[in-house]
Write a protein that binds this ligand. Structure first.
Ligand code: PLP
Length: 463
C-alpha cells in the first residue's frame, strides 16, 4: 500500500454549510495528525486475506489512507451532525447516480422504511392507505419487506426466477388486485431485476415502484443506474456493501415533492427544511400558520408528519465521501471477480452441479456476491458443502431470509402468497454465496473454485 495524500487536495475543495474556520495553528495540527494516520495505516497494512491461511469473508469493507484521514478530519471539525462532508457525500452520490435528490440516513433498512412511509404521507394526492397491497418477493433481505408490514400494508409475495434470483415478472400481473398500490423489490445481490417489464406494469396499473438498491450500487439497466427507474430507491452503507460509512444508508428520488416528504419523516417529521445549523431558509420562519398553532409559531418546531430521527452524522458522511472516490474501481473488481469465478467453475464442469446467476437482458450487475444453487440431480447436501467451505476458511452466506414467509417473524402477520413459492423454497434449501468484494482477486477465486471442486470429488465422491 503506497502512502497516499490525495485527500488533502480533496479537502481543500470541499464546499458546503458554514462551519467555523481553522486558525493556521489548528491546520498545522491537523496535518500532524494526518501524518500519524498515514503511519498507522502503513503499520496496519492492506488487510487482505491470504487464501488457505486467512478467512476469506463473504463481504467486507475496503479502507485505505484517504478513508482514515477524512474520517479523522471530520472528527477534528467537532461539528458532528450533518455538515460539510454530508453536503459533499450527497453531491458525489447525485453526480454518480445522475439523480436530483438524496437524503442520507442511518441504514439501508431505515432508507426502505422512510421510502415506503413517505408514500403514505397525508399530503400526497396518491397516498397509500392502510390495508393496501404491495407486491414483493419472499427471497431476500427481510427489511425490504418489513416496512410494508410496519406501515399497516399487506405484502403480496410472488415467486422468483432461478437464474436471476429476482422476481419472476410473469407472475406480477396476476397478483394485482383493486387494492394494489405499489411494487417494492431489491436488485438481488446486485443483479438488476427486469426493470423494463416491472416499470411497464407500474405505469399500466398506476403503481408506485421502490427499488431497494442496498446491494446494487453501480449496477445498471440499459446503461442507467438502477434506482433511477422507480419513485424511490435506497442504499445501505453497512460494511458489507459496495461502499461503507459504518452504519448508514440513503434514500433518493427525482421527485421534489417526495424528497421533501422523505426528509420530513427523516428529520422528526418537521415542516421546516433548514439544514443543520441553518435558520430561516424559507424566509418566513415566524410567518407560518399551520395546524391549529398560533400564527407565527416558530417554523423550526412545526411538525407536518409523524416522523423519526434517522439522520446521518458528518463522520459517517466523511467516510462515504472518501469511499465514493473509489466506487468505479470497486464495481470493476466485483464484476471481474464474479466473471472470473464463473469461468473457472464452468471450466471445471461444475455447472453440472450448480445453477449460476445470470443477468437479464439490459442488466449489468455490480455483484454483491457469487450465488449458486445446487441442482436437484447433483444430490449434494448444501449444509455439508458449506460446512466444508467454512472449515477451509471460505465464508458462505445464504440468500438472507430464504423464504421470508417461513420465518418466525411472519407468524400472525397478514400477508398473501400470489403464486406458489416453489423457486423461493428451492433457493432457501439449496443456494449459498461467496464473496467477490474488492479486497479479493483471482487468487481468491481460484482457491474458492478449487475447494468446491475438492469437496465434490473427494468428500462427496462424485466424479
Ligand atoms: C437488499 C437489502 N436491503 C436492505 C438491507 C438493510 O441494510 P442495513 O443493514 O444498512 O439496514 C440489506 C442488508 O444487507 C440488504 O441486503
Amino acid at each position: 500500500m503506497s502512502k497516499n495524500i490525495t485527500w488533502e487536495k480533496t479537502i481543500n475543495k470541499l464546499s458546503g454549510v458554514k462551519q467555523p474556520r481553522d486558525s493556521d495553528a489548528m491546520q498545522q495540527i491537523r496535518k500532524k495528525i494526518s501524518d500519524h494516520c498515514n503511519d498507522f495505516m502503513l503499520e496496519r497494512g492492506p488487510n487482505i486475506p491470504v487464501p488457505g491461511i486467512d478467512v476469506i469473508p463473504a463481504s467486507s469493507k475496503f479502507l485505505d489512507f484517504d478513508d482514515l484521514n477524512i474520517l479523522i478530519d471530520s472528527c477534528l471539525d467537532l461539528w458532528l451532525t450533518e455538515g460539510r462532508y454530508a453536503d459533499n457525500f450527497t453531491n458525489e452520490l447525485k453526480r454518480y447516480l445522475d439523480i436530483e435528490h438524496i437524503a442520507l440516513t442511518v441504514s439501508g433498512s431505515s432508507a426502505n422504511l422512510l421510502a415506503l412511509t413517505a408514500l403514505t404521507s397525508p399530503y400526497l394526492e396518491k397516498k397509500i392507505l392502510p390495508g393496501s397491497e404491495v407486491i414483493t418477493v419472499a427471497a431476500g433481505f427481510p427489511t425490504t419487506v418489513f416496512p410494508i408490514i410496519q406501515n399497516g400494508l399487506i405484502p403480496v409475495f410472488v415467486d422468483i426466477d432461478l437464474n436471476t434470483y429476482n422476481v419472476n415478472v410473469n407472475y406480477i400481473e396476476d397478483a394485482i388486485t383493486s387494492k394494489t398500490r405499489g411494487i417494492m423489490l431489491a436488485h438481488t445481490l446486485g443483479n438488476p431485476f427486469n426493470l423494463k417489464v416491472v416499470k411497464e406494469i407500474c405505469d399500466k396499473y398506476d403503481l408506485y415502484l421502490i427499488e431497494d438498491c442496498c446491494d446494487a450500487l453501480g449496477s445498471t439497466f440499459n446503461d442507467k443506474h438502477v434506482g433511477t427507474f422507480g419513485d424511490f430507491a435506497t442504499l445501505s452503507f453497512y460494511p458489507a456493501h459496495h461502499i461503507t460509512t459504518g452504519e448508514g444508508g440513503a434514500v433518493w428520488t427525482n421527485n421534489t415533492e417526495l424528497s421533501k416528504i422523505v426528509e420530513s419523516y427523516r428529520d422528526w417529521g418537521r415542516d421546516c427544511y433548514c439544514k443543520t445549523g441553518m435558520n430561516n431558509t424559507c424566509g418566513k420562519r415566524f410567518g407560518w400558520e399551520l395546524g391549529s398553532l398560533p400564527f407565527g409559531y416558530d417554523h423550526k418546531f412545526i411538525y407536518s408528519h409523524v416522523g423519526y430521527n434517522m439522520k446521518m452524522t458528518d463522520m459517517q458522511a466523511a467516510l462515504g465521501f472518501s469511499q465514493m472516490k473509489k466506487i468505479e474501481r470497486f464495481v470493476i473488481q466485483r464484476r471481474n471477480n464474479f466473471n472470473y469465478l464463473k469461468n473457472v467453475l464452468i471450466s471445471k464442469k461444475l455447472d453440472n452441479f450448480f445453477t449460476f446467476a445470470e443477468e437479464c437482458d439490459g442488466a449489468k450487475a455490480s455483484w454483491f456476491g457469487f450465488i449458486m444453487t445446487l441442482k436437484s440431480e447433483a444430490n449434494i447436501d448444501r449444509t455439508n458443502l458449506t460446512k466444508f467451505l467454512e472449515a477451509n476458511k471460505i465464508v458462505t452466506r445464504l440468500l438472507f431470509a430464504g423464504n421470508l414467509t417461513r420465518q418466525p417473524a411472519l407468524n400472525g402477520v397478514n400477508y398473501k402468497i400470489a403464486s406458489p413459492l416453489t423457486i423461493t423454497d428451492k433457493v432457501m434449501n439449496d443456494c449459498f454465496w461467496v464473496g467477490v468484494w474488492p479486497g479479493l482477486d483471482e487468487k481468491h477465486m481460484d482457491y474458492i473454485a478449487d475447494t468446491i471442486e475438492r469437496y465434490i470429488k473427494e468428500e462427496a465422491k462424485i466424479s
